[in-house]
Design a protein around this ligand. Structure first.
Ligand SMILES: Nc1ncnc2c1ncn2[C@@H]1O[C@H](COP(=O)(O)OP(=O)(O)OP(=O)(O)O)[C@@H](O)[C@H]1O
Ligand SMILES: [Mg+2]
Length: 179
């Protein structure tokens, strides 16, 4: 993987597969160029054994394929910049879910470029229009934010996956980035 946005796509797909109804994607870059990527979901969570082995590329609960790469790749991408990956997860009924936080030093030469985060957000929303996504991307100059629950209220019966809605979302985000 050459772009962080693709890595993020992969990680959020885990949350979708975990049956989450709400997923937060929070990016924050501080003045020192330290990027924190936080992804929080209310899916089924991971049991202790899974959690322990989750950053080991030879562990996966998939039955079609033996190797899960999403989390190990994210961990590697963060660590090669001098950053880190932390994961908290609970399977407890009523409050299950997973939150992870990956830290990247964007000034490090080994830091992957972000790539097309807008497309990542759009792909996620169109693939799971019923999920409440909250996307935020903050740095010292601007705060980009999108909450699909708010859009859904305005749209009524129209699906967030409709092509017109998708182009609107892409434009809406692009506008916020160029401010
Ligand atoms: N948000 C999450 N909620 C619940 N379980 C998760 C979550 N993220 C990861 N897992 C568990 O950790 C395992 C490893 O995840 P990882 O993304 O590394 O690999 P994978 O999803 O199995 O395969 P790949 O990402 O390569 O398609 C998953 O199979 C799943 O059991
Ligand atoms: Mg995965």
């Amino acid at each position: 993987m050459k772009e962080l946005s693709l890595n993020i796509l992969d990680i959020v797909k885990n949350s979708v597969r975990a049956g989450a109804t709400k997923i937060e994607i929070y990016l924050n870059t501080n003045l020192d160029g330290i990027l924190t990527v936080r992804i929080v979901d209310n899916g089924c969570g991971m049991d202790e054994e899974t959690l322990k082995r989750v950053t080991d590329p030879f562990y996966t609960t998939r039955t079609t394929r033996k190797v899960g790469l999403g989390l190990p790749l994210l961990k590697m991408a963060a660590e090669q910049t001098g950053g880190s990956l932390n994961i908290c997860s609970s399977t407890e009924k009523g409050k299950s879910g997973t939150s992870l936080s990956a830290v990247f030093d964007t000034k490090n030469i080994d830091c992957m470029p972000m790539g097309d985060i807008i497309s990542t957000v759009c792909v996620l929303i169109s693939g799971s229009p019923e999920i409440d996504f909250e996307f935020t991307d903050v740095n010292s100059d601007r705060c980009v934010s999108l909450k699909t629950a708010e859009l859904r209220e305005v749209l009524g019966d129209i699906s967030l996956a409709e092509p017109e809605v998708q182009s609107w979302i892409a434009e809406y985000l692009k506008d916020q980035y160029s401010q």
